[in-house]
Design a protein. Sequence first.
Length: 272
Amino acid sequence: MSVVKSSSVPTVLTIAGSDSGGGAGIQADLRTFAFHCVHGTSAITCVTAQNTLGVQRVDAMSTAGVIAQIQSVAEDIGVGAAKTGMLLNQKIIAAVSQQLKELQIHNLVVDPVMVSRAGVQLIDDDAVNTLRNALIPQAIIVTPNRYEAKILSGLEVNSVDDMRLVAQIICEKIGAKAVLVKGGGIKGEARGIDVFFDGQNLEILQTIMIDTDNTHGTGCTLSAAITANLASGKDLLTAVKQGKEYVTAALKYALNIGAGQGPVGHFFPLLK
């Protein structure tokens, strides 16, 4: 029996950390890519020992190792769209930024993993500055949570009006082509609302609220879904809206596993 190769499947690349618990990072991205019927490839920046209770250990990949992974994928398979997640340190961020610049990837989604949803800063100030100055300006869209938006804009984010303002600041002062400020961690009227701004159009995006504590990996999953949608030819705003709908559905079928915060149900059509 002969094997037929298909050239019609979009290819996407995630550059991020590995989550041994399977809820976020590379694992969440690849599951999301598979759901969207695109071929996922990866460049791992760090390996974490983590579960639903937290992160117990982080081991960084060498800069040369990260770049070799990106080059290996790009030279043979190709990259229709790419996303970045946890890049861990300044050296890796700088190297990845330069490599992506050389590859001239148009559909680049940057999830600026700098601060957790609980407000804990995950990378040092030098890494933040390199992310802000070298990587974000290359992105077609950047997807900060409220704390990351604060770091990028210098302003507190506690309301929808705040989200509107910081979205415009991030585009105008940092040079992001578009931004999606996520309100998932905000209480009150802004809960569940995201604000999209592309330099001209500002959209308030809201879906139904899902009452669950099992939300691990939502940021990774959203940015991966946007990336997959872009690779499939969707325009940016449609890619964002459909990505948000996917995350909402995955939250509805979130997995109650482990003793802590479980992950979203990436493969929810297969769950009873």
